[in-house]
Design a protein around this ligand. Sequence first.
Ligand SMILES: [Zn+2]
Length: 300
Amino acid sequence: MSIICSKCGGTHIMCEAMIEPNTKKFDHYTDESFLYGWCNDCQMGTILTDVDEVKNDMKARYRVFKESYGIEPQYANCRIAWKDDGKEEDVRIMLSAELAEDDVFYNCNSLSGLLSLAECGKEDFIITQCYSFAMRTEKERPEQQTFEYEVEGKTIIMTGKKIIDFYGEHYGLSEDEMKRYAARNACLVKYYKESDIPLLDPLLVKKLLDKEKLMEKGETENFKLQLFFLWHVTIQKEDDTCHKPFRYVMDARCLDNMQSFGRRYVTLEAALLHCLNGFNENANIPDRYSSTGEYISKQI
Ligand SMILES: [Zn+2]
């Protein structure tokens, strides 16, 4: 038996017991005497934990889970104690790196990783109890989840299934990637598709070029661009001088699949022309238009 102080890991601890005051004879421990006690090193009351007992309990529950379901569990429901303030918390600790995601409390990769968290190690918490092992339910799988993002004041909601479809099965989107960027990208695309942002046409090209002189630093222009696929394009007049001589930055996002494209340009004319030429950068493929003027005259 090795009961330790959860704060410092030391064993100079004391706990409560009932004694017969006249004979000083020990009678019994009080209900929670092995859970809370006094640490002589910390000089304060702390949470006590029986490391071996917690570890044996983990191993037993893990074995029962595997025997019952024939698979490895994905996570453990545990109680932890924080070393700094001694507060306790019930958390979910994942047992597989594949399941790493932002909102997971801790990922320890294996049962031995979990067992080590019951010892007073380098982490700033210690597991004081393991309640159960479990698998995530269907509902928790990404396909079944819904993702919400606010774009320009409008809330866009998408299901995980739609996001996976947008990226395509071949992309093999992981749950982590979905949370890190894919859900946001897919919501942005949905927003742009549904928005009434104008399509780039000769009139708009002319209007943007006429307005160029009035464009303030940091100001952006948005439009949709119909190439083989539909795109959403943002051109921003740059706010700083660190990319000189470039003054315009373009961000283009395909609305039919997950392609995106970004470049810097010296002039707005060059940025618009690159759009009109389908972002052509292949020297062997001649550009369709040599200037925006040519585009405008050909279209009209
Ligand atoms: Zn201590």
